[in-house]
Design a protein around this ligand. Structure first.
Ligand SMILES: *Cc1c(COP(=O)(O)O)cnc(C)c1O
Length: 546
């Protein structure tokens, strides 16, 4: 007798298997839909669907003959203008498109470098640029350059060859852990900047979720104001980022919404101290309660807070004891990781940040190992393989040179400057208002009656490079050591500019739209939003045009 199953049996078992697959598939889909519904509510889900369809519709419209030619013509005009702005060309401009056959002399190289350094640029030196250059003092630059020079051959990939750099990196991480009140178990690594620190925090959380909870469709819950580095992490690592809306009055994260958005796939909750757009510190203690309740890691993005936010308690005790600085660091039980940019208010050279963890177990998930590689046993703590030791030397030198009292003094000056701007806007202006109650280095403002981007464009004419924000439309300044002395000038320029926009608005005149107003006009409209992608891609392409 044959022990093969009859065709009928095979058919039946096939049916059972496919039914099982179907059931599992449907159950997954249902679970997913329920998660979405719970996260966004019925109205929210319908709104999302509506916006999605309208966007799709307009993107489709733009591909239609007749319309697409018009859109492309306009687009190309803007792209060409942007290229002319970014890529200098003309008879006076020398371009080098291949290696010089014979190497130049030192003098030739230096002379060309001087020309490159002196190309026409936004004048950060006058303290009129938001963020970007945080210290800019000649003294510290000189010291950093010397430190670079001594270690320009160094590579952190080879601690045996460069033991001094390994020691400096470990010490920088230890000092920053101390500033953020890490427990004994606290650990960290240095990275190339804030974005890499965020990427590492997200990767570690994703891997923890996978190995400890078996999560295969990881999600992160973070306020809409969280840095775009989280979107980048989501894009790179296949994570879904669920944005939490803000309270429309306080501009603080809506904790009820966080509760709705957290589900069994959540691998990380995140908040900022403070956030980039509005400079508001999220309710980290509130987020911590939710994180602890669900046993989910909590990241605090203090990339911007860096070497200002840890000293704000001391500074506010002096300048205004009525202000309580909320807790944001490892003293809050649920906080499992914190990112801090040494290259922002730590005044280290660009390309430097620290990612910290409450314990070594979580840090281990960001490590990369290839122990059976034919090139040898390979292990690397962060994204890069080779890492520039010169930058670490520059960072260590800056921290040691400035010291705790130096940072407290810079915190006092920077926070006081931002406070002067904030109080002036709150007390002296009727048509613009500050978003939330920022107590750190950043002040964002908006307007209900005026186009705030027109204000940004007119300020630009006076040499001010502030940052444009959207959703809601606003602009902000991140005060630095360089803007401390120009805060009063900003307020008086703002007075003039706002008066001018008010006048134009009352007169019903269409202000000649500047670049900011134009770009965000296009970005803010659901019908033209697709065009912004093309502009952004054009911008990136321009970076590599010679
Ligand atoms: C600047 C910043 C970052 C990271 O920026 P990098 O440019 O990569 O250093 C992250 N979060 C916040 C809040 C920031 O302001």
């Amino acid at each position: 007798m044959s022990n093969r199953p009859s065709p009928v049996l095979i058919h039946l078992s096939f049916r059972t298997a496919s039914t099982a697959v179907f059931v599992v598939f449907t159950a997954r889909l249902a679970a997913k839909s329920i998660r979405e519904l719970r996260a966004r509510g019925i109205v929210g889900t319908l709104k999302d669907l509506y916006n999605f369809s309208v966007r799709k519709f307009f993107r489709f419209m733009m591909t239609l003959p007749g319309i697409s030619e018009k859109v492309n013509a306009e687009l190309n005009k803007t792209l060409t203008r942007m290229e002319e702005d970014m890529v200098p060309r003309g008879p006076g401009i020398k371009r080098y498109l291949e290696l010089p056959r014979e190497g130049w002399t030192d003098e030739q190289v230096m002379s060309e470098l001087h020309e490159l350094a002196n190309m026409k640029h936004s004048r950060w030196e006058e303290g009129k640029v938001s963020g970007a250059v945080y210290h800019g003092g000649e003294d510290i630059l000189k010291l950093q350059t010397e430190a670079y020079g001594m270690f320009s051959v160094a590579n952190q990939l080879h601690p045996d060859v460069f033991p001094g750099v390994r020691k400096m990196e470990a010490e920088v991480v230890a000092m920053v852990l101390r500033m953020y009140n890490a427990p004994e178990s606290g650990v960290g690594t240095s990275t190339s900047g804030g974005t890499e620190s965020l990427l590492m925090a997200c990767l570690a959380a994703k891997m923890k979720g996978r190995y400890e909870k078996g999560i295969t469709e990881p999600e992160i819950v973070a306020p809409v104001t969280i840095h775009a580095g989280f979107d980048k992490a989501a894009y790179y690592f296949g994570i879904k980022l669920r944005h939490v809306p803000l309270d429309p009055v306080t501009y603080e994260v809506d904790l009820n919404a966080v509760n709705r958005l957290v589900n069994s796939n959540t691998v990380l909750i995140a908040g900022s101290a403070p956030n980039f757009p509005h400079g508001v510190i999220d309710d980290i203690e509130g987020l911590s309660k939710i994180a602890l309740k669900h046993n989910i890691p909590l990241h605090v993005d203090a990339c911007l807070g860096s070497f200002v936010v840890p000293f704000m308690e001391i500074v506010y005790n002096e300048i205004d004891p009525t202000v309580t600085v909320p807790l944001f660091d490892f003293r809050v039980k649920g906080v499992t990781s914190i990112s801090c940019d040494t290259h922002k208010y730590g005044f280290a050279p660009k390309g430097s940040s620290v990612i910290m963890y409450r314990d070594a177990k979580l840090r281990r998930y960001q490590y990369f190992l290839a122990t059976d590689w034919s090139g040898g046993v390979y292990a690397s703590p962060t994204m890069a393989g080779s890492r520039p030791g010169a930058l670490m030397a520059g960072c260590w030198a800056s921290l040691m040179r400035i010291g705790e009292n130096g940072y407290i003094e810079s915190c006092r000056n920077i926070v006081s400057a931002a406070r002067r701007i904030r109080l002036a806007i709150q007390n002296e202006f009727r048509s613009i208002y500050v978003l939330g109650q920022p107590i750190g280095s950043v002040v964002a403002f908006s307007s209900d009656s005026l186009n705030v981007y027109d204000i940004a464009d007119l300020l630009l004419k006076k040499g001010w490079h502030l940052s444009a924000l959207q959703n809601p439309a606003a602009i902000h300044i991140a005060c630095t050591r360089l803007t401390v002395t120009s805060a009063a000038e900003l307020v008086s320029d703002l007075r003039e500019v706002v008066a001018q926009v008010e006048e134009n608005t009352t007169a019903g005149e269409k202000t000649q739209q500047g670049d900011t107003a134009m770009l965000y006009g296009v970005a803010g409209s659901i019908s033209t939003n697709g065009v912004v992608d093309e502009l952004a891609i054009g911008f990136l392409d321009n970076l590599y045009k010679v």
